[in-house]
Write a protein that binds this ligand. Sequence first.
Ligand code: F6R
Length: 247
Amino acid sequence: MKIYKAKDYQGMSRIAANIISAQVILKPDCVLGLATGSSPIGTYDQLVEWYEKGDLDFSKVTTINLDEYKGLSPEHDQSYRYFMNHHLFDRVNIDKAKTFVPDGMEPDSEKACADYNEIIRQSGGIDLQLLGLGHNGHIGFNEPAEAFEKETHCVTLAEKTIQANKRFFASAEEVPKQAYTMGIRNIMQARKIVVVVSGIGKAEIVKQTFFGPVTPAVPGSILQLHSDVILVGDEEALSLIEETTQA
Ligand code: F6R
């Protein structure tokens, strides 16, 4: 694993965007696995800035997002499809037909998940997966559990996750209770994984995830077994770990 420590959120975002840019430049028709949440917003802003300068071309890129709330439509301003359109897809020259997010409006969970696994398979596999890390160690919506779920599945969100996400809704009651998420195998099959973390609130879980035991109780800990993981964090999030590459 490679670790880059940036001074702050902006620095973290620039490093992550640089890695993604390199991927897009080296393989213009690459498949990017993308995440929502507050951690990657700065990364997307930076990518948009470089696109506007003429340095990046997304026309051949395919994207596959990690997850979506079950029951939220693409028009709902808290759906992950809406988030992606707003923060990235509507701002660059990506072909929307090549951007994939699980179908939150599909009520049949089995169908929604099988369809998504097929999309991932047909894409030829994810070249670079961008991840955030939940306060409980979740990646995508793979919550702490007794076993690692392998493929796309429907999850009931942990109370901690609902509490963390309620800031985006009028109240905790309005936060959807279920979501569709890629599974651990889907994520681990990505050829390269970039994890972005910022803020002191993530320091303890970053330490547990990357330096603690590999256990489904901390889902992100499985990343220790991937051969090409890059952890990009700010000083606060990386404050409890030692080996880093200063950036
Ligand atoms: C988002 C996702 C989640 C977030 C995680 C961290 O698509 O799958 O795993 O990456 O909850 O969220 P933030 O970045 O808001 O701290």
